[in-house]
Design a protein around this ligand. Structure first.
Ligand SMILES: Cc1cc2nc3c(=O)[nH]c(=O)nc-3n(C[C@H](O)[C@H](O)[C@H](O)COP(=O)(O)OP(=O)(O)OC[C@H]3O[C@@H](n4cnc5c(N)ncnc54)[C@H](O)[C@@H]3O)c2cc1C
Length: 399
């Protein structure tokens, strides 16, 4: 049986960054990726946080647009504009493909058409079984550490990571890449649009329009399983409303794409098998439920996993899981749990979105703070945040 130091399952931003940074630290790394071409099947609006490329040392050439504004549209059809970093947009074939190339250059081996099947502990090793989809064979590889980052489809029911609320957090998404015959109005390329509203059947919907170099990504997510035609009808109505405003009278063609997004609370357990198997990215539930943002969280969790594996290699006494879990929980669990609760609270009464967005518009410092990770906050910022949160709760409970 093949044997390596570190196996990474999935080559999205979590797996790709983990592989690159572990390999760069001299850890022998093998990535198992289900798709034949990394990133080619990922469906995503691919909006990146300000500073993403610098933070993860990814070339700026992947960036399509740098919108300086995010527009939040509330269920009562009011629009609130906020300045952002600027943010960036790209495509997942470029983002994931570039990170995979950088990982290979750092020495990681990326095996495509390799579909993960199961994990088992054997002495001080973990055995990862996968299917070689090209050859139609089953293979096994033994590893000292495993980083599991297979995205939203990772149910993991038969493992120590099983989480009974996982399915309830899944959001069905449909997105169109809209290719216009000529460019849309200039403001289309200056703004990331997020729309919060209720579907014709009264289900909460998150919609978005993210501009790209050669197309607009327009999509929506609904938190339940829906028949395809119903989802498509909902998206068609949303797309025509967006294009009527941003590209009036311009003909277009669409490529449609569907995927699952996770919008629940983070998984309670992200380390098992004596601290040698770690879950990261969306598989660990690291997604902001209010926006669907998860690329930054995924990449950071990959960075934490690589650092933990490389530290464990130097000191043979510790498995990497402890350091990985500490870093990941500290960076994300507080904010993501809170975002999940906030989204549930907002969706109960539509006017609550207006209460929040109005408060954010009136207090730019509050809006600015919410864009950062909490572990960067000073005690004074924490105090300010609590005061603003208390104000919001009081106002929102009155509507
Ligand atoms: C429609 C949509 C829009 C989104 N828009 C944004 C956005 O604008 N900004 C943002 O920050 N986030 C966005 N997200 C969230 C973002 O896509 C995820 O948070 C991010 O992709 C998580 O990265 P990951 O590496 O954990 O998982 P993924 O990106 O899902 O990557 C998982 C990888 O694992 C592979 N894999 C899956 N199963 C197996 C298996 N059995 N064996 C081997 N490999 C496997 C997959 O092929 C894939 O390459 C969006 C999500 C959706 C669905």
């Amino acid at each position: 049986m093949e044997s390596v130091e570190f196996v990474v399952v999935g080559c999205g931003p979590a797996g790709g960054i983990a592989a690159r940074e572990a390999a760069r630290d001299g850890v022998e790394t093998l990535v198992l990726e289900r798709d034949p071409v990394v990133g080619s099947k990922r469906v995503c609006a691919a909006g990146l946080r300000p500073g993403f490329c610098e933070q993860f040392e990814v070339p700026r050439t992947i960036v399509h647009c740098d919108p300086p504004t995010i527009a939040l549209h509330s269920p009562t059809e009011r629009r609130y504009d906020f300045r952002v970093g600027p943010a960036h947009t790209t495509t997942r074939e470029e983002l994931d493909g570039t990170i995979a190339r950088l990982a290979r250059e750092a020495g990681a081996q990326i095996r495509t058409s390799a579909m993960f099947r199961s994990l088992a502990r054997d002495g001080d090793r973990t055995i990862v079984e996968y299917a070689d989809v090209r050859e139609g064979t089953r293979r096994r590889v033994a590893a000292r550490a495993v980083f599991f980052a297979a995205g939203a489809t990772a149910r993991l029911d038969e493992t120590p990571f099983a989480y009974e609320s996982w399915d309830a957090g899944l959001i069905t998404c449909l997105q169109y890449r809209v290719y216009l015959e000529r460019p849309a109005l200039p403001q289309a390329y200056q703004t990331l649009e997020m729309h919060y509203y209720r579907s014709r059947k009264e289900r909460p919907v998150i919609g978005w329009m993210f501009p790209k170099r050669d197309h607009l990504s327009i999509g929506l997510g609904i938190q339940s399983k829906l028949p395809g035609p119903e989802l498509r009808a909902e998206l068609d109505a949303f797309v025509s409303q967006v294009l009527h405003r941003l590209a009036p009278g311009i003909s277009y063609s669409v490529r449609n794409e569907g995927n699952l997004l996770y919008g629940g609370a983070p998984r309670p357990r992200i380390v098992a098998y004596d601290g040698t198997v770690m879950l990261g990215g969306t598989a660990a539930g690291l997604v902001d439920a209010t926006t669907g943002e998860g690329i930054h969280e995924a990449a950071m969790s990959g960075r934490f996993a690589a650092a933990a594996v490389s530290a464990a290699k130097k000191s043979t006494r510790h498995a990497p899981g402890t350091a990985y879990e500490r870093a990941t929980r500290q960076a994300f669990y507080g904010r993501l749990h809170h975002r999940h609760k906030l989204m549930t609270f907002l969706e109960r009464k539509a006017p609550r979105f207006d209460v929040l967005f109005t408060q954010l518009a009136r207090t730019p410092r509050f809006a600015e703070l919410l864009q950062h990770d909490r572990n960067d906050f000073t005690p004074l910022q924490w105090l300010y945040l609590y005061a603003q949160a208390a104000k919001f709760s009081l106002r929102a409970l009155r509507v």
